[in-house]
Design a protein around this ligand. Sequence first.
Ligand code: 1CP
Length: 339
Amino acid sequence: MNDTFLKACRGEETDYTPIWIMRQAGRYLPEYQKVRGKVTFLELCKTPELCVEVTLQPVDILGVDAAILFSDILIPLEAMGTPLEFHEGRGPVFPEPIQNQADLDRLIIPDPDEHTGFVMETIRLLRKELQVPLIGFAGAPFTCATYLIEGGSSKVFWETKKMMYTNPELFHNMMEKITRTTTLYLLAQAKAGAQALQIFDSWAGVLAPEDFKTFALPYVQQIVSDLQETGLPIIYFANNGATLLEMAASTGADVLGLDWRINIGDAVRRVGKVALQGNLDPFALLLPKEKLKARIGRILEDAKGAHGHIFNLGHGIHQFTPPEQAKAAVEFVHELSQR
Ligand code: 1CP
């Protein structure tokens, strides 16, 4: 069992810097496309045998040091009782967005084993196969709320901010319901066998710091605190969150994910005794190999003072990335970080 990733999460000495890649299972891999060609995205998410297959693909093909459960942050939101559709090329759609208290009252706090048992089954099956640790995950409440309120992806977050500013009580009620759902969902993943838990706050960076503090942070703090009983490392990734770093550290997470917009050495100086995960620009994988290697070397060097470093991209791998470039990045990280 390769436990380098778990050691780095805890800030312990490792023989080399572990690496995994956000969205490592996905469309850039022809092997994924082949599985996906036979089923819709939601069918894939709800079929444990197929989820196992695509979760294992990047572990075998790239040689990464951790696996991440194949699923989506929107799966537990559908379980709350709001229909979810994925339209090819357009992304997720919630045809019945949450706009008032009556809409919110219709949502339930689902029992994770009953309503998302396929996720727990995937985790149990994966643990029998894997030689690297398995990361479970969920979306952070703010990021989840944006999808429920907007009815899908957004660029300006008009409806979300309108609710925050004109009906904060409704917004907070909604955050409480999502938070409880997320906590139960992650506790169930831990019970099923997940060995670390990542909270994805993909849209945290659209908030002013004072709004992040009021409307998003307390709910992440609550989840991290409620997950302490699992004893698992908790990773909090606030995308586009350089200005929020100290607040992200105040969540109590063991590991903070970093996007590429901050120098990782600056982050080390700002957060102190917490492990860091990141932070190569996903598009840097397009660099010629020698430049890619040099770029990776600089990140490893800058991260040297960190209380644990897990190499990753600063956000998900782009769907047109050549897989051999991702494989080369994994090899460079392993080679350059040998101690
Ligand atoms: O057509 C396809 O095959 C669907 C593409 C796809 C994939 C491969 C989606 C649709 N989701 C996923 C899997 C996924 N999503 C994983 C597991 C794969 C892995 O990491 O190896 C994970 C961890 C996620 C998490 C996720 N889903 C996030 C947070 C991470 C991030 O990238 O910021 C978000 C925001 C989503 C929502 C989502 N899922 C899919 C789409 C198109 C979107 C919308 C993104 C947007 O609003 O811009």
